[in-house]
Design a binder for this molecule. Sequence first.
Ligand SMILES: Cc1cc2nc3c(=O)[nH]c(=O)nc-3n(C[C@H](O)[C@H](O)[C@H](O)COP(=O)(O)OP(=O)(O)OC[C@H]3O[C@@H](n4cnc5c(N)ncnc54)[C@H](O)[C@@H]3O)c2cc1C
Length: 509
Amino acid sequence: MSSKAYDHAVVGAGSAGCVVARRLVERGNDVILLEAGAPDENHEERINTPVRFPELFKSEADWEYYTEPQPEMNDRRLYHPRGKTLGGSSSLNAMIYNRGVPWDYDNWASMGNDGWSHDEMLDAFKRSEDFVGSGDEEFHGTGGPLTVDDLSDPHPASEAFVDAAAECGIERNADINGRRQTGAGLYHVTQRDGKRCSSAAAFIKPVLDRAGLTVETRAHVTGIRFDDATRAEGVDYRRDGETHEVDVSEEVVLSAGAYDTPQLLMCSGVGPAEHLRDHDIDVVADRPGVGRNLQDHLFSFVVYDRTDDEPPAPTSNIGEGAGYTYVDDDEPAPDLQFHFCPTYYMNHGFDNPDGLGFSIGATQVRPESRGRVELASADPTDDPVVDPRYLSAEPDLEVLREGVKRAREIARADALDPYRGAEVWPGEDVETDAEIEEHVRETAHTVYHPVGTCRMGNDESAVVDDRLRVHGVDGVRVADTSVMPTIPSGNTNAPAIAVGERAASLLEA
Ligand SMILES: Cc1cc2nc3c(=O)[nH]c(=O)nc-3n(C[C@H](O)[C@H](O)[C@H](O)COP(=O)(O)OP(=O)(O)OC[C@H]3O[C@@H](n4cnc5c(N)ncnc54)[C@H](O)[C@@H]3O)c2cc1C
């Protein structure tokens, strides 16, 4: 056992953790960033070549989680990739840069979370950003560490998708991160010169030589150490079978993601007391909300063979085309999102047929279903129990069913004539609402956006306050997607990075 002292320990070098560590080091702090995964150089080719990201699935760079059987999804156990390397899920993701809508953040603020309104989040988004694409300047930042660009070589079928959406009444929108989200266009991507710009590449690699920054990879954090009361003294981590102690004089920041952060808190004694006692864990703070409030987006795809012979470019992020529209006109912002892929995308790509295809994924962006993360055992290296309870709220299936219908309408529009071959999913014989719902239950899967398991708020079941401090203990904050009270109406990487920015500001204030 070895032991060393720092101002701060940041647990998890993912989308948010890299930002927190970078900003703290910039301000002269002594910081250790602890990452369970291997260095990203170990997977360099697949990480840096955007079109190859699905090859990272079920590799050493993936935690490879599985849900509990989902009763509303034909009892399937759904595969959930999560990044396990420097950069975390930002090293494994589809590189879409998308922020959600102002309503998302104003809603967080209206729940009593000061500092989290859209205006304040917009500052955080812009602070990170080095926008080199085309869009509305008022809504983008330049000179920040994270390069955000247009796709350098989008597939012509993705352009055709935008025209097809317009034929179906979803008008062209040149910047879905700009003034309004509604419409169709091409996504902005976190790429620099056509290569992935992960959170590690953006925030950590450029400062690796700075005094004050220590980065440890293959360092699996096993728990927070508290003093005799409730103050965090540091963390323990395991590497190559050996246990190391890290002492902190200031704070521990948990950025291990929406599954591993609540697991770490529970293994350290912070969580629902009864559940902790069931696993013989000493209770430091009874916080019933730890692991609750899990929210995620589902993808339900329509898939077609392609009749042309152009493969996607190496710089393709696969999810090239964007669309936002309303199923329910009374919603505060579009409730339906599309991803157009100039490829087959069936079961995360594992069931793709040979040859070329295109896919349109429909997603309900503000699902009502709520799930949970629990402990399978007190061993922090065991996988947590992940139970999203998908489609347990009735409206969620309805929106997805309508989404599949609209995706099919777009796929069958004239603009896609030059590309469209036979319908593979759901298949021509699938017509009635009941048949489409069965397609959703049988084939839908995660959009990889779990959030909410350490919810920010001031009530009994909230886990962190609006300064991201864990209720009931001292010296521990959470900075990752788990603090989000509700899921943003889009992809979650940019929001996770913005949470990292906010956390760093709060740590200094
Ligand atoms: C396949 C895939 C595709 C996606 N596509 C997109 C997209 O195109 N656009 C988008 O906006 N979002 C996308 N997302 C979602 C987005 O990437 C995530 O929401 C975001 O990265 C989450 O950030 P985070 O900081 O909360 O967690 P993560 O980035 O997952 O970081 C958590 C880090 O903590 C580490 N860790 C966990 N436990 C421990 C421990 N005990 N000790 C030490 N380290 C630990 C992990 O290894 C990881 O590095 C995708 C995600 C995936 C998986």
